[in-house]
Design a protein around this ligand. Structure first.
Ligand code: NAD
Length: 297
């Protein structure tokens, strides 16, 4: 049994903290949202009065927050780093900018602690089932220290390299995902115009060279994959607003690194427009509706 602190008990952090508690750890948690705290409490998380209070006795402190600004604010102004015992391992599982991730690690180490970036793939379903994939950046010995806890919350944890490498891996994956979803959606809309049925396209492409997760698992038309969000009016799944956030992170990282990601930039623009035009809370595969609407323009 290990004492663990957990801040950010929302859609992702709530079930992750619950899984740590279920595995027999003592989890002290905090969230600004009373309802998030109430749900976590029902799932075995001990709710404390402030973010800094989660550090009492904690060997490891997890954060699962909306952005890098939230993480940095809590680490410093929020008093987390000051409240923790020396050598505490801070594991940030939020998806944030690579540069902010470096900054979070730097302030944690300067305060006498250890730090990892460990963003996740797998969504709320994976967080609940304990089947997330963790992409981890930081020192190998810190990764080994975190692994037993990551194994409780996920099915796979990959050490991707030095600090920031986990965030970098996450945004590269999601950039590919957005590009492939736009490609699959364009193909279905073209198929519609050319008189090919959704079923025929799916039957061939899902086993041909065009196969990919966007088509085989998250197919943007209803029918071929009964569990895909297209069958439930694009109820997410992975919401467009989150995809826009991740594509923005990817583009800022590309700009900072001087790398030209022409398709990444283009799909970021397409998703930003779809987001503004009503798609924000729809699954990102709903982009097919925007592509279909623009077919005649
Ligand atoms: P969420 O909004 O449901 O949860 C974030 C929680 O942080 C909220 O409950 C909020 O009240 C809390 N919070 C904000 N500021 C706080 C503070 N100062 N102190 C304490 N609590 C505070 O978001 P989520 O869907 O759980 O996503 C969290 C992170 O995980 C994001 O970085 C997101 O990009 C990433 N992510 C989400 C998914 C997904 O499918 N939802 C998948 C992969 C990664």
């Amino acid at each position: 049994m290990t004492d663990i602190g957990f801040i950010g008990l929302g859609n992702m952090g709530g079930p992750m903290a619950a899984n740590l508690s279920r595995a027999g750890h003592r989890v002290r948690g905090f969230d600004l949202s009373a309802s998030a705290c109430a749900t976590a409490s029902e799932n075995g998380v001990e709710i404390v009065g402030s973010a800094a209070d989660v550090c009492a006795g904690a060997e490891v402190v997890f954060t699962m927050l909306p952005s890098g600004r939230h993480v940095l604010d809590l680490y410093e102004a929020g008093g987390l780093l000051a409240a923790a015992a020396p050598g505490t391992l801070f594991v940030d599982t939020s998806t944030i900018e690579v540069g902010e991730s470096h900054a979070a690690r730097d302030v944690a180490v300067k305060a006498g602690h250890r730090a990892l970036d460990a963003p996740v793939s797998g969504g709320v379903v994976g967080a609940t089932a304990g089947t997330l994939t963790f992409m981890v950046g930081g020192e190998p010995e810190d990764f080994q220290r975190a692994e037993p806890f990551l194994d409780v919350m996920g099915k796979r944890a990959v050490h991707c390299g030095a600090s920031g490498a986990g965030q970098a891996t996450k945004i590269c994956n999601n950039m590919i995902l957005a590009i492939s979803m736009v490609g699959v959606s364009e193909a279905f809309v073209l198929g519609e115009e050319l008189g090919v049925s959704h079923e025929a396209l799916f039957d061939v492409i899902s086993t041909a060279t065009g196969q990919c997760w966007a088509l085989n698992t998250n197919c943007p038309v209803p029918g071929p994959v009964p569990t895909s969000p297209a069958n439930r009016d694009f109820d997410p799944g992975f919401a467009t607003a989150l995809m826009v956030k991740d594509l923005g992170l990817a583009q800022r990282a590309a700009d900072a690194a001087g790398v030209r990601t022409a398709l990444g930039k283009h799909v970021h623009e397409l998703y930003a427009r779809y987001n503004e035009e009503g798609g924000a809370d729809r699954d990102f595969s709903g982009i097919i509706n925007a592509i279909r609407a623009s077919a005649g323009e």
